[in-house]
Ligand binder design. Structure first.
Ligand SMILES: [Fe+2]
Ligand SMILES: [Fe+2]
Length: 465
């Protein structure tokens, strides 16, 4: 098998023998990880998947049946921009970094490792879901997300191997050694250690947690370290589908629930009550907010100053790219009360990015509420206040209700079953998760999609079982 077939790429891998050897050594370890921790029970099945074969808006992907271990995980970067410049921070306007600047080496490696760690983590979280798929269409989408998260891991490992030498190789190995939810060697970020063992979790995860990925990748897609920027730009192309899966998935659950509400008791009819959907939203939205980091953060200031991590759409959305002399007003807890505080803007950039994310999530909620309205339901789904149920940053260690009002821990404990999924809720949702694998059929708790994938009908045999 030639090199391109083993590791498809547009980075001239065949001309960099050292990197080629390093990646060829990593490849079998990756495949071992995939077989051990990838989707359980479907490794030998033909799945109708898209594979990245090039960059560029037309023809970047190829659709065909493939067995997942034979998926061609490749390394694709957007083409370099001639005269690329650092787009923000203290080095604004200077030539973009083509190699890792020594003084930013640790920061950059930390950014890449943290992003890289989320990719295999989500595959691990989702590995049991195939067994309870609501349809072949959904099964295929799950596997599409999984193989692309695998490719995103490749993208980060390429950077580690290609630009960081020895310690990069060690970090690349460690990415295959940590395990989601494992108490001894957990994944780095907490949302990626939470179980994702039913399809309502999966849709909420791809809606809210993959969407965090969109914002992190967008902030890195304009990085002054050009290889990272070009890598993240292409990852965003794939990420869009993951969010589509979550957004439309939850919308379809909401639609089905509203339809069942017209017929009688949703539980008795085997659907998922809106209150449970709301609790899953509350859970995954709050954990995903944590992924942006503390509201006030010296790391965010350092990353921005160094030109490594910018704001969302830094180039198009801002005219001033230094962010050096401005302040940002935010709400914090002080002396047991909510107070506003002025913070130097650079120290508030996690919060700025989080704000963009929240606006994007609100649009998703509006789409689901339109579905509910279209089905004649008067109930609505809501996002909790961003202070609710946080484990990172200014609000961790305090307790809030869904509206963001500071409340006592006792009150939170008393009411948390109204707000977050209980064991009983999770068991109920799990009890509905029976596999439906006949082409064109769908589980009772979810509505079919509006259309199939890439022009194929819903009843297409997306996975050959
Ligand atoms: Fe990803
Ligand atoms: Fe993703």
């Amino acid at each position: 098998m030639n090199l391109y077939d083993r590791i498809p790429n547009n980075v001239n891998l065949s001309e960099d023998k050292k990197l080629q050897r390093a990646l060829e050594k990593w490849l079998p370890n990756y495949l071992d990880w995939w077989r051990e921790m990838g989707p359980e029970g479907f490794q030998e099945k033909d799945v109708w998947l898209r594979t990245a074969i090039d960059v560029g808006s037309d023809g970047w992907a190829h659709f065909d049946y493939v067995k997942m271990p034979e998926y061609r995980w490749g390394i694709f970067l957007e083409p370099p921009q001639p005269d690329a410049k650092v787009g923000f921070g203290d080095n604004y306007g200077k030539p973009a970094y083509q190699e890792v600047p020594g003084e930013f080496r640790n920061a950059l490696r930390r950014i890449i490792v943290t992003q890289g760690d989320t990719e295999p983590a989500s595959v691990e979280q989702q590995r049991q879901l195939g067994k309870t798929c609501p349809s072949l269409y959904d099964l295929r989408n799950l596997f599409q997300v999984n193989v692309e998260e695998g490719r995103h891991l490749w993208a980060m490992v390429y950077l580690l191997h290609g630009y960081f030498g020895r310690d990069g190789r060690d970090e690349a190995d460690a990415l295959l050694e940590r395990r989601s939810g494992n108490p001894d060697k957990p994944r780095i970020l907490e949302a990626f250690n939470q179980p994702c063992d039913d399809w309502l979790n999966f849709f909420a995860f791809t809606m809210f947690t993959d969407r965090d990925g969109k914002y992190q990748l967008s902030a890195l897609a304009e990085s002054g370290f050009e290889p990272l920027a070009r890598t993240c730009q292409f990852m965003l192309t794939e990420e869009a589908h993951h969010m589509f899966v979550g957004d439309t998935g939850l919308g379809r659950v909401a639609r089905r629930t509203a339809q069942l509400m017209k017929q009688g008791d949703v539980r008795e009819l085997g659907g998922i009550p809106l209150e449970i959907i709301q609790k899953y939203i509350n859970f995954w939205f709050s954990y995903s907010l944590d992924l942006f980091g503390g509201e006030i953060s010296s790391n965010s200031a350092d990353f921005f100053a160094a030109g490594l991590k910018g704001r969302y759409k830094e180039r198009d959305q801002y005219t001033e790219h230094l962010a050096a002399n401005e302040n940002f007003t935010m709400t914090v807890v002080e002396d047991g009360q909510l107070q506003t505080r002025e913070v130097p803007l650079r120290n508030a950039l996690n919060e700025v990015l989080r704000g963009e994310y929240v606006k994007d999530c609100e649009k998703g909620l509006a789409r689901w509420n339109k579905v509910l309205a279209d089905e004649g339901a008067s109930e609505r789904l809501n996002l909790p206040n961003p202070r609710f149920h946080r484990h990172v940053g200014e609000f961790a260690g305090h307790t809030f209700d869904l509206e963001g009002k500071l409340i006592s821990r006792e009150e939170f404990e008393k009411r948390k079953d109204e707000w977050l999924p209980t064991m009983e809720d999770r068991e109920y949702v799990r009890s509905l998760m029976k596999p439906v694998v006949e082409p064109g059929k769908i589980a009772n708790w979810i509505a079919p999609p509006a259309a199939g994938i890439k022009g194929k009908p819903f009843d297409f045999e997306y996975v050959r079982l």
